[in-house]
Ligand binder design. Structure first.
Ligand SMILES: Cc1cc2nc3c(=O)[nH]c(=O)nc-3n(C[C@H](O)[C@H](O)[C@H](O)COP(=O)(O)OP(=O)(O)OC[C@H]3O[C@@H](n4cnc5c(N)ncnc54)[C@H](O)[C@@H]3O)c2cc1C
Length: 521
């Protein structure tokens, strides 16, 4: 693989060009003190926002050129019309052993936040510790308290609509609008709490009660963050700029530049930097580091212990209709979330959360008026115990549109992880039954398809010990002090909750520390 990297590096005619925005003589173009942020999805946007606010010059490289069209009308606190675009690429660039595994990605400004639902629960304090019972390798190098100020900052940005009270296994968010469960659902919540589960409206990045937007979502990281940053003198966005590799200097023992392909001209550009934040999404970030091998790191940048690409995890995902037998419950204008079993009662790292919402679009419309139903749609996200064998590698022969090796994805669920999904279904039905709402769910459920949650993570994991993780507690590569990896690839374990809020909080924390260190240097 080292020979491959050397061949590719020598073949490319790399030129250094001026920023399209500032011209050849502007300090933003010449200043090797800039921080390069790769990716304008939620993680990259949060990193760039933090760095710009700290006064650092930032250049963001974004592979996509056009923001996909969407449309949203929100009235009376409900999304009454929503046209969300479809992600462009599914299974693009994924090859290999597990043909069933999918990879949804879109090379567009704002990344997958153009399509997301906006569910943004915090991880709970236990989520950062429960893996320690299983093995030292599952110990996060930070805990919940370290992230609280950053959760708060991100929640304000996301304009969360949710319940501002703690429930078991899900801390309260900072909300723009408060929501509570309707009527009889509160009785179900009481029964859930008696067996250690929380039940509350899912915190959503929905924004104000009345709004319309030319995106299909309440929060999109391009519209709400990156576009605003373009007004700042110390921010430079380059769209259609696909990062090909980070370049390591063996003398300074730092990364000194990033090479990117201008997708319009086809030219490659070398951009000097004092530090780099990699936030291209978990799989693309891993691919970028794997493709940034050099003689000091033949198996990928910073990959001293052979960990890069390993410990891949995802949320096994199942959706099913649930039917109450005999009773009715209020339709849920905002989905409700039944949190996981308490960590101390569960097998370590096996948890599952159930999101309870609509069974059909018609049902959604009927929820505009207070009404009851006996049918709900349920989405379960389970967890995987991250193991080294589930991994991303560079494919030996298949190439992407930039001539770089595609990813070879290997991921499989264990019987315990599948059984955990069944147990979550049983728990949900028993909570409802004990509250006086016996119900039925389908007897047969197809096995989850890896990748369908779009919640991959773990392949550039954080751990205090380099032997167990590539990143330190500040998301910095142990082996390359000026490179931050700031997306869900950094997760030490695959907590069952939706990942984006936590990825953004980590990105903000890591970037604040980076700014502090750069100023002090
Ligand atoms: C339909 C759908 C619903 C979802 N719902 C939720 C939800 O409710 N809650 C939740 O938490 N998550 C949800 N997700 C997942 C969520 O969208 C992602 O977790 C989140 O967008 C990840 O943010 P990111 O910035 O790490 O990566 P991305 O959003 O993938 O952004 C990565 C960015 O990097 C760019 N890029 C990639 N490679 C390169 C390169 N080499 N050079 C330059 N730029 C590059 C891409 O163009 C992109 O803009 C959903 C996703 C989908 C598709």
């Amino acid at each position: 693989m080292a020979a491959y990297h050397a061949r590719v590096a020598n073949r490319l005619p790399v030129v250094q060009v001026a920023s399209p925005r500032y011209g050849a003589n502007h300090p933003m173009t010449q200043d090797a003190k800039r921080v390069i942020v790769i990716g304008s999805g939620p993680s990259g946007a949060m990193a760039a926002l933090t760095l710009v606010e700290q006064g650092l010059p930032v250049t963001m490289l974004e592979s996509g050129r056009d923001v996909p069209d969407g449309f949203l009308i929100r009235a009376m606190g409900r999304n009454v019309f929503r046209r969300r675009p479809q992600p462009a690429d599914t299974n693009h660039d994924v090859k290999g052993a597990d043909a069933g595994a999918t990879w949804v990605q879109s090379l567009v400004p704002g990344g997958l936040s153009n399509y997301w639902v906006g569910a943004a629960p915090r991880f709970s304090p236990d989520d950062f510790h429960e893996g320690e019972r299983l093995h030292e390798r599952y110990r996060w190098p930070l805990d919940y308290a370290d992230l609280v100020p950053y959760y708060e900052r991100v929640e304000r940005l996301l304009r969360i609509v949710g319940d501002p009270h703690d429930v078991p296994n899900m801390p309260a968010p900072v909300v723009l609008q408060g929501r509570e469960l309707p009527g009889a659902w509160r009785k179900v919540a009481t029964y859930a709490a008696s067996v250690g589960h929380g039940l509350a409206p899912m915190p959503l990045a929905d924004g104000p009660n009345w709004m319309w937007a030319h995106t299909g979502v309440g929060f999109n990281s391009y519209t709400h963050v990156v576009r605003q940053l373009q007004r700042r003198p110390n921010f430079d966005l380059r769209v259609g700029a696909h990062a090909l590799r980070l370049e390591w200097d063996g003398h300074t023992r730092t990364v000194t530049s990033v090479v990117y392909r201008d997708r319009t001209s086809g030219c490659d550009t070398r951009l000097p930097a004092i530090a780099v934040v990699v936030a291209a999404g978990p799989l693309a970030s891993t691919k970028l580091l794997l493709n940034s091998g050099c003689s000091d790191f033949p198996d990928g940048l910073g990959n001293v212990e052979g960990l890069l690409g390993r410990y891949l995890h995802e949320h096994p995902r199942q959706w099913f209709p649930l039917e109450l037998q005999g009773g009715m419950l209020p339709r849920l204008a905002q989905a409700a979330y039944l949190t996981r079993s308490p960590a101390e009662e569960s097998t370590p790292l096996l948890g599952a959360g159930c999101t309870i919402g609509f069974v059909s679009t018609q049902d959604k419309l009927r929820s505009l008026m207070p009404s009851q139903t006996n049918r709900f749609g349920v989405l379960i996200f389970g967890t995987m115990v991250p193991i080294a064998e589930n991994q991303l590698r560079l494919h030996l022969s298949s190439r992407d549109e930039f001539g770089l090796p595609n990813l070879d994805v290997h991921i499989q669920y264990t019987p315990d992880e599948l059984q955990n999904m069944t147990a979550a279904r049983t728990k949900l039905t028993s909570v409802l039954a004990s509250a006086g709402y016996p119900c039925s769910v389908p007897k047969y459920m197809p096995d989850p398809v890896a990748g369908s949650s779009i919640h991959y993570g773990g392949t550039i994991r954080m751990h205090a010990a380099p032997h167990y993780g590539m990143l330190n507690a500040w998301n910095r590569l142990h082996a390359v002090a000026n490179v931050v990896v700031a997306d869900a690839s950094a997760f030490t374990t695959g907590v069952e909750k939706n990942p984006t809020l936590t990825a953004m909080a980590l990105a903000a924390r890591a970037s604040e520390r980076l700014a502090c260190d750069l100023r002090a240097a």
